[in-house]
Ligand binder design. Sequence first.
Ligand code: C5P
Length: 406
Amino acid sequence: MTDIQGKTGRKKILLGITGGVAAYKAAELVRRLGDRGIEVHVVMTEAACGFITPATLQALSGHPVYTDMWDGRIANGMPHIELSRDKDAIVVAPATADFIAKCVHGLADDLLSTLCLARDCPLIVAPAMNRQMWEHPATQRNVAQLRRDGVTVLGPDSGDQACGETGMGRMLEAVELAEAVSAFLEPKILKGRRVLMTAGPTFEPIDAVRGITNRSSGKMGYAIARAAIAAGAEVTLVSGPVSLAAPVGAVVLPVQTANEMFEAVKKHVAKADIFIGVAAVADYRSAAPRRHKIKKTEEEQLRIDLVPNPDILGWVASRPKPPFCVGFAAESRNLDAYADDKRRRKKVKLMIANLAQDAIGADDNEVSLLDDRGTHRLPRAPKDLVAQQIVSHISGLLGRNTRKPG
Ligand code: C5P
């Protein structure tokens, strides 16, 4: 892959448009990318031309639009290779279920799919499809595989769909996509930094089958891991039980209990420049988990004694030479006040506050960033976008606060 930092001057992307109703948003996307100083060249599939005309995209991008493998306008007659060679990324928006499936299997039966297979730059896709197509196990498998292959997947979002149904599958709005693509093309602001993170819930056994846990999905933590990797960091992710694909490029250490999470953190903390505690760690665990399943008895009450778990973030932040510590405060009320109190008490440089009832399990999030300089609110956005902004904020604070990587 070409290192996008190695290229100089104005960023250039190849925008691939496939055949979905959301193709109309691609026209707006060209404009919004242009607003951010990104040069856009467009390739469309035959089906995309059924939704929006190449003439529109040509006028908006200011460059010829390509649709055909056999286009004679490329001097050496190899548009399937040439068109991506001077680009910083290929962005496919909208990416249909069919196109994603083709990419996963390495099919190359038209100009855009061939360009994706023959590329030497990163690939970003913005899925758009009917909710049932999105939820279909085949699509979910394909998207997970695409991520494993190192492809960046932006969205989809949930909401009203062109088909009249409501659910997951809407393409992100042009402005959100333009922001994400632009962030992706940004300099590698965490290059050389080693990030240790926790994410997901913990599971504290009560007996052989039962336990104490919470509804944390791990999505925010995993999004931050992906954003930190995209920013050039080396990421070690200590993860509670979640059903998410491991972020490509992260070292993932799966754990169940808070104590296991603590042990993994203790083992890796000495090498970390940054520690981000995103996990929803159970505050208490059973004092004496039973080896066998507890049987129902005639007694009215079953008592389980609970003992407190270690405060992992608090422990990391109070080390003699702590890494740059970032915490998350999920509160159900008095958000900023509780979060700031937690920031001071745990002695962390940055506390990220969100409403628990809003954030847990959701695909988007609205957070405030609290540091020594005050409170910075971020608008509600998909967790991947929020994660990029958090990473960028951390990088800004790091410049002022901590040792440089050795
Ligand atoms: O649970 P609490 O609101 O104190 O969590 C705030 C922060 O502390 C979060 O970043 C969480 O990951 C971290 N934490 C921890 N170990 C605990 C409890 C919380 O690392 N036992």
